[in-house]
Design a protein around this ligand. Sequence first.
Ligand code: FO1
Length: 318
Amino acid sequence: MSASVVLLAGGVGGARLAHGLQAHLGGALTVIVNTADDVERHGLLVSPDHDTVMYTLAGIDNREWGWGLAGETFAAAAMLERYGEESWFRLGDRDLATHIVRTARLRRGDRPTDIARDLQRALGVAAAILPMSDQPVRTEVRTDDGWLAFQDYFVRLHQEPAVREVRFVGIEDAQATPEVEAALEYTSLIVVAPSNPFVSVRPILAVAGIEAGVQTARSRGVPVVAVSGIVGGAALKGPADRMLVSLGSEASALGVARQYTGIADVFVLDRVDAELEAPIRALGMRTLVTDTIMIGDGGRQRLAGEILDAVRPRLSAS
Ligand code: FO1
């Protein structure tokens, strides 16, 4: 298939679907990743969603945890702990190399997009993984005890506090990179990964130029397919189900679909939620009911293939 496909993705769910799509598309896949989860640790910049997608597309990801590297060791982390450094955000020895290279090049003034591309090429990644912008954006969540930086909420506090509000610090100065704009301009299909709508997908769409780029693509007939990360009322991974409730929606595929009203043309939901097809269609979306749980590489390729087949007639036309 010569058509190009753009995937908007956050962490774990996004990485798995990206892997399935890359098996079909290779270099014709471009992943626009959320960078608002980025965090500085021990003086190094860590970009979790980018790195999770990169390691997964390189086939060296830690399948057990859903982040970091397979076969990872933590000798450096143990030494940092001996020096009294915080250790709740665990950085493995090989993962540290990524952050060392990234931080050194940022200090030399290189663009995050260029750094990301070179890291991906070194790992043999076929698809292109584009940071949503080259300017820093940081998600913060408001809990009953006040505002928290994202990783403090997600990792240090184990996603335990109820999230009342989400904000993206720095978003007013962030803009789509030329690479992101070009990807949206020339794509034949846009897929929204089964990532958290609030803290993975929304930050990407909030970057100046990205939602407009998506809508411009739609106006020329490019379909937008969103995949539910909520199955049977529960998130496959992470806090999306609880956030849907605490942020005033509902923990269901319909609650997710509502976040994409006016953006998604097709909504992919799991068989167990088939009774939600009618209310989701009432939002103005076509529906694809299938097994949305990706078990292993085969499951990732299957779901990706079903999405591509669902829009193929339009792909070849555009
Ligand atoms: N998640 C955890 O639950 N515990 C960790 O110690 C942790 C470390 C970590 C290091 C590098 C990295 O790229 C991701 C890491 N994550 C960890 C996952 C990360 O918090 C999430 O993947 C994203 O921020 C949310 O998608």
